[in-house]
Design a protein. Structure first.
Length: 261
């Protein structure tokens, strides 16, 4: 497997380098081995009870009709440009095995009596509690499960020199052959970026102090200047968008792909 395009190495740098990439090298396929590593990174994410509620169907762009992508937001042109589409789905039926999976975690000493775990607790309390929660809450848990998996998949893709973007899809999951217990959450586009990995800089976010609190909501979690300096040094924090040449880069990309400017 070629190792070109691999820029980010350290985890700090991988997190800092990931961007939503919307221009792809349409002509360059993604190696199956890299896709496998991306999927494995997702499988290694923390999952509720390790029940296995998150999965994905990988489709190359030439294996899917334009009409099957039409139930998406109009601005999601990246679906046309990306050589690979990964349909991340949740499977609500996975929770039927929750008890069994928790017992498996006990057998490997991940869940222990030190913390009050027992087969009786699982059978009498945990499994009935999950059932009683109902589908709406269990779908929420399934979506969180998928989110953790997708985040790891995106970081692995970045580490391998690939770009990703999440995309809304309200198409017919029937085309994927998924069982009725499954729901496609979102499509992840995947491919070698046609834009630079920096993609014009890190995108704007709400301030840290608005989002993270100490003790209670409204008391910002304190930020240390040294931590900020280290994160800059290790490239978790990078130059912010828009970099001076970004508008010109977008114009060049528009020209290359024949897109409106
Ligand atoms: C759940 C989710 C759904 C998203 N849906 C879309 C989408 O439909 N179309 C799109 O262009 N970007 C979508 N995005 C990408 C975000 O808009 C993106 O995070 C933002 O453009 C820039 O931030 P980033 O480059 O740091 O990722 C989605 C992201 C997430 C996590």
């Amino acid at each position: 497997m070629d190792a070109d395009n691999i820029e980010a190495k350290d985890l700090f740098e991988v997190i800092g380098t990931r961007r939503s990439i919307r221009y792809y090298q349409t002509w360059r396929p993604v190696e199956d081995e890299k896709i496998q590593m991306i999927l494995e990174a997702a499988r290694r994410a923390t999952h509720a009870a390790n029940a296995g509620a998150t999965g994905a169907v990988v489709v190359t762009r030439d294996e899917i009709d334009d009409s099957d992508l039409s139930a998406t937001l109009p601005a999601n042109l990246q679906l046309q440009l990306a050589p690979v589409l990964i349909f991340w789905y949740g499977d609500i039926s996975a929770w039927e095995q929750q008890g069994e999976k928790l017992k498996e975690l006990m057998k490997v000493y991940a869940l222990n009596t030190t913390h009050g775990w027992s087969e009786k607790l699982i059978d009498d309390l945990i499994v009935p509690f999950t059932k009683a929660q109902g589908d709406e809450t269990n779908w929420l848990m399934t979506a969180l499960d998928a989110g953790a998996a997708i985040a790891q998949a995106q970081l692995m893709a970045t580490r391998l020199g690939l770009g990703t973007c999440m995309n809304q899809w309200a198409g017919n999951p029937g085309i994927l052959g998924l069982p009725e217990t499954c729901k496609v959450f979102w499509i992840m586009t995947l491919g070698y970026p046609a834009e630079s990995m920096e993609a014009g800089g890190q995108r704007p976010r709400r301030p840290f102090s608005d989002l993270f609190h100490r003790g209670k909501y409204g008391t910002p979690f304190p930020e240390s200047d040294e931590a900020v300096a280290e994160m800059r040094e290790r490239r978790l924090l990078q130059r912010e968008a828009p970099l001076p040449w970004r508008a010109a880069e977008v114009r060049a990309l528009a020209h290359m792909f024949g897109l409106p400017e």
